[in-house]
Design a protein around this ligand. Structure first.
Ligand code: FAD
Length: 277
């Protein structure tokens, strides 16, 4: 890469052998960008526990740094302790620690309410073994009482042991810049790595965004809708938009980008090639 920045890539654990094979292919393609790590999501309540573990161990066996996500909602301390011990015994030393969202209709008591409680527990149980990444929200978490309370939550996660944060995706670079400035002012000294979501499909993006509170700017939504079923043109436009976003972030000085891959490599490879020129 001509420009100096690091990348990391997020996957979800596939349900089928065919999905695993597709992910291997995607990983092989993305490995060309020398990622700092590959992370693997975790279904809240432990629904993907084994698949997350299997995927992480496969990545590790290929010689890459692998970071499992752990979400704590609906989990007991013992379940999390067992998971931490399993990862430790396999030599995994990086985690993305989250609260998670309870799947609708599923009500079960757990020992944790917030991600900060999980981070504190991980440090109590395993000391400094793990590098811990947490989530941050430049456009604020949908359940945040106020923006200030959400910033305080991020600060709390740092104070109990988080090393860095990865943001929810956004398409408005100013929201990220203002957020990082507010974090600096509050003494949140850890890196806040932008999470980058490529544009594959407007319906899917609108669905994700309505759940996680990420804003799709009006101009972008209207431009994407204009493409209708012409997916090739929509994706080409999406590559331009996201490449420009990344360029803006890099010009501002961000040292790393974390890509939400949805287990696909082609679009992201085009974006990284664009911004590396
Ligand atoms: P928290 O940091 O606990 O915050 C949740 C909400 O509670 C916020 O509104 C916060 O302001 C509020 N809050 C926190 N503490 C308090 C308090 N003491 N009093 C009152 N309010 C409080 N989900 C998954 O299930 N699996 C994954 O693998 C996964 N990976 C993700 C990766 C990234 C990079 C990101 C950004 C999100 C990911 N998520 C994942 C989604 C995440 O679990 C949800 O956004 C979830 O709703 C919040 O998780 P959190 O860790 O940010 O929670």
């Amino acid at each position: 890469m001509a420009k100096k920045f690091t990348v990391s890539f997020e996957f979800f654990p596939p349900k089928t052998e065919e999905g695993m094979q597709k992910l291997r292919d995607a990983r092989a393609q993305l490995a060309a960008f020398n990622p700092e790590f590959f992370s693997v999501t975790f279904g809240a309540g432990g629904s993907t526990r084994d698949r997350t573990m299997d995927t992480v161990l496969e990545i590790q066996q290929e010689g890459f740094s692998a970071a499992p996500h752990i979400s704590c909602i609906s989990s007991s301390k013992q379940e999390i302790r067992d998971l931490l011990q399993a990862y430790q015994s396999h030599g995994i030393n990086r985690l993305v620690a989250l609260r998670g969202d309870v799947p609708s209709g599923e009500v079960s008591a757990g020992d944790f309410r917030y991600a900060s409680e999980l981070v504190r527990f991980i440090r109590q149980e395993t000391g400094n073994h793990f590098n811990i990444e947490v989530a941050a929200y430049p456009e604020f978490h949908p359940e945040a009482r106020t923006p200030a309370a959400d910033l305080q939550n991020l600060k709390r996660k740092m104070e109990v042991g988080a090393n860095a944060a990865i943001t929810q995706y956004f398409y408005n670079a100013d929201a990220y810049f203002r957020f990082v400035e507010q974090c600096d002012a509050l003494g949140i000294a850890m890196p806040i790595v932008p999470g980058i979501m490529p544009i594959y499909n407007i319906t899917q993006l609108a669905r994700f965004s309505s759940v996680c509170g990420a804003d799709i700017p009006r101009w972008l939504k209207m431009r994407l809708e204009e493409y209708g079923d012409d997916m090739a043109s929509l994706r080409a436009f999406g590559v331009d938009v996201v490449s420009e976003l990344c360029e803006t972030l890099l010009a501002w000085g961000v040292p790393s980008l974390h890509f939400y891959t949805l287990n696909q490599a082609g679009t992201i490879s085009r974006i990284i090639n664009n911004i590396s020129e």
